[in-house]
Design a protein around this ligand. Structure first.
Ligand SMILES: Nc1nc2c(ncn2[C@@H]2O[C@H](COP(=O)(O)OP(=O)(O)OP(=O)(O)O)[C@@H](O)[C@H]2O)c(=O)[nH]1
Ligand SMILES: [Mg+2]
Length: 344
């Protein structure tokens, strides 16, 4: 079960591509498209609320395994540049660069664009991503693209199997009430395995619950592995008490404030003590004030591009996280909004 986020330049054919790959399903500030044929199942996410907001981009990528960066013959725009910084901050492992609208250009120009992009992305997570030329008009490259996604999906499933015995964590992206069933949530098993009758807790609210039943792509199952997109009917909790971003887990840390080690992107403007950042973890986010910045044990006033610091951040909203989570730091007032990332 492969989950893919489509990012890239504006008007590069992202939405057209998503609609060609799957059937339109759930719509919010990101739109899901589903494809299922035998055991080949994929969900394609189009973060339509981006670039207005960075949240749908981070959320879609968090819920996915593969990122696709679409670049049309006209090249990268500022938003595709920002998507690259985002992928770099997230340490995104699997992805593809698609040279879209190939029907409107020539093979030589496509090769030149590829060489240019490879130069720009050298030293980033995109460095070893494969390039493919596609057209949703002539269908050039579309079959190869699907095959590529499924073969990458097999590698990812293999990696997921290794994480199946870790403590179960599920990120919720939707919750609603179904008459006669009660609270139902949709989300992704990020780690471990979920079974019917499991007792878990919703974080950051710390509300206990029980898994009543599980569905994967509308089919009832008793258990769902790491990597699966699931629908869960829950017992002991009401849909008003659980929301997008909540984590179902056995144990998470919960706090309003954070002390994290962080690395700033070379493409950020940096920030000062007293600045207000928007910190993302999973599908949660919180505005936080920079209380202190420490560099090699010494307090400093400013954090600058490319460097590492220890930050003390003060927030007013509880967020939940665990030891291995990555925090994404953003400044929503800047043109390029991604500042860097942090860890505990
Ligand atoms: N010639 C050609 N046109 C395409 C192709 N794919 C998309 N288009 C056209 O390009 C325009 C933009 O397509 P969208 O799919 O909306 O692109 P998008 O990246 O989702 O656009 P935004 O969400 O606004 O950034 C539309 O007019 C499409 O019909 C293609 O492969 N070839
Ligand atoms: Mg679009």
């Amino acid at each position: 079960m492969t989950k893919i986020t489509i990012t890239g330049s504006q008007q590069s054919g992202k939405t057209t591509l998503a609609a060609k790959l799957g059937k339109k399903g759930n719509v919010s500030d990101f739109t899901m498209y589903d494809f299922a044929k035998g055991d080949k199942i994929m969900t394609i996410i189009d973060p339509t609320g981006y670039p207005d907001s960075v949240k749908p981009l981070i959320s879609s990528l968090t819920l996915s395994d593969i990122a696709i960066l679409c670049v049309p013959p006209t090249g990268l725009d500022a938003y595709a540049g920002e998507c690259i910084v985002c992928l770099e901050c997230m340490g995104y492992k699997h992805g593809l660069v698609l040279l879209t609208k190939s029907d409107t250009t020539y093979p030589q120009a496509t090769d030149e664009l590829k060489a240019k992009l490879q130069k720009i992305t050298k030293g980033t997570v995109l460095e070893h991503w494969e390039y493919m030329a596609v057209s949703t008009k002539t269908f050039e490259g579309m079959e190869e693209l699907k095959e590529k996604i499924f073969s990458m999906g097999e590698t990812i499933d293999e990696e997921d199997r290794k994480k199946a015995t870790l403590p179960t964590r599920i990120i919720v992206d939707q919750s609603f009430n179904v008459t006669g069933i009660g609270c139902v949530v949709l989300g992704v098993v990020m780690q471990g395995t979920v079974n019917a009758k499991d007792k878990m807790t919703a974080y950051p609210t710390r509300k206990p619950l029980e898994i009543r039943s599980i569905q994967m792509h509308d089919v009832d199952v008793k258990t769902a592995p790491n990597g699966a997109r699931v629908g869960l009917a829950l017992k002991g909790i009401q849909s008003k008490d659980i929301d997008r971003g909540h984590v179902l887990s056995l144990e998470e840390m919960v706090s309003e404030n954070l002390k994290i080690k962080c690395k700033l992107s070379p493409f950020s403007k940096g920030f000062n003590t007293g600045s207000v950042l928007h910190v993302f973890v999973g599908l949660q986010s919180s505005p936080m004030r920079v209380n202190s910045i420490e560099k090699n044990g010494t307090m400093v006033e400013k954090a600058s591009a490319g460097n590492e610091y220890v930050l003390q951040l003060i927030g007013t909203k509880e967020i939940s996280y665990s030891q291995q989570d990555r925090f994404i730091l953003t400044d929503l007032d800047e043109k390029q909004r991604f500042l860097g990332f942090g860890s505990l």
